[in-house]
Design a protein around this ligand. Sequence first.
Ligand code: NAI
Ligand code: MG
Length: 355
Amino acid sequence: MKICVMPGDGIGPEIMEQGVKVLNVIGEKFGHKFETTEALIGGAAIDATGVPLPDETVKACKESDAVLLGAVGGPKWDTIDPAIRPEKGLLGIRKELSLFANLRPAALFPQLKDACFLRPDIVEKGIDIMVVRELTGGIYFGEPRGTKVENGERMGYNTMVYYEHEVKRIAKVAFEAAQKRNKKLCSVDKANVLDVSRVWREIVIEVSKDYPDVELTHMYVDNAAMQLVRDPSQFDVIVTGNLFGDILSDEASVITGSIGMLPSASLGASNPGLYEPIHGSAPDIAGENKANPLATILSIAMMLRYSFNMAEEADCIESAVEKTLSEGLRTGDIMDVGGKLVGCTEMGEAVIKNL
Ligand code: NAI
Ligand code: MG
């Protein structure tokens, strides 16, 4: 299996170093050959080549079976031409690989439950949700869009559009994710008001016929926003459009604690999937061996599960992370629940020991 590794900027190289070590240990343990190649993206690529997404990087990604990304950006590049900002590298590679599905798990590790601000009786029921967000359609891309002056008054407009093929493919990803989890899928829309949602719902129901083992429910987005904090234990997989998913995935992740713990996957139809922590390059702690590598390590578990169908290997990583947390090891970002303060390297090594 060929994996393109893009450490990026800030804490990117530190967390990725731990991640790649974990991947190599999994390779040895289970007898797989993971061949990694490094590529430049973001600020690191700007410094070396003048652009945030060099052609060689795109080529290296397309020739791989999966892509791992650290994070991009930082104050060093804040003042450069907006057309070549580091973030352009990230948007560019998502587009190049046509990554239309964004998977964001939000699981609360029992060891960190004291960091959750929900009531203890709600937390006790457990939180383990996967938000599947459509990433390349909907109101962020729909036409017509723009601003104009009408009758002497300024106005702005965007259009929420979903085509059948777009809904079908995201629904399939969500049903398949549900099959790998607890076989429950909740499709979130606003079908009581929006025509686009009525089509969305119709198509999701059609796709569900191919997944009789998955229980499908529907929920309006305003109710979903409320239910996520009222009783998150009711959800397994949530599938929704770009705008609703943007908001709900942030809401889901904040109820489970630290940004340093949360992985993500972005998947396309035939291109390699891209796996990355949800956090940024954390320039405030970069180079200080303070970063939490667990979001990156858990992103690697997602890569094994979703790109390579290696459920056992993914479980092994997730259990090792849990064991490490049970031993009380904490990086600064999760120190508020108490434990032994460790650095990025120590955390990575503890996970490897527990593999
Ligand atoms: P950030 O996620 O980098 O940092 C927010 C806060 O969380 C900081 O205090 C940071 O120290 C902490 N933090 C983040 N990840 C951590 C980890 N693994 N361990 C411990 N603490 C961690 O977001 P911010 O500060 O808004 O952005 C910094 C830079 O990152 C900007 O240039 C931004 O554009 C970029 N960024 C890149 C993303 C990506 O590559 N996917 C996503 C978000 C931001
Ligand atoms: Mg967002």
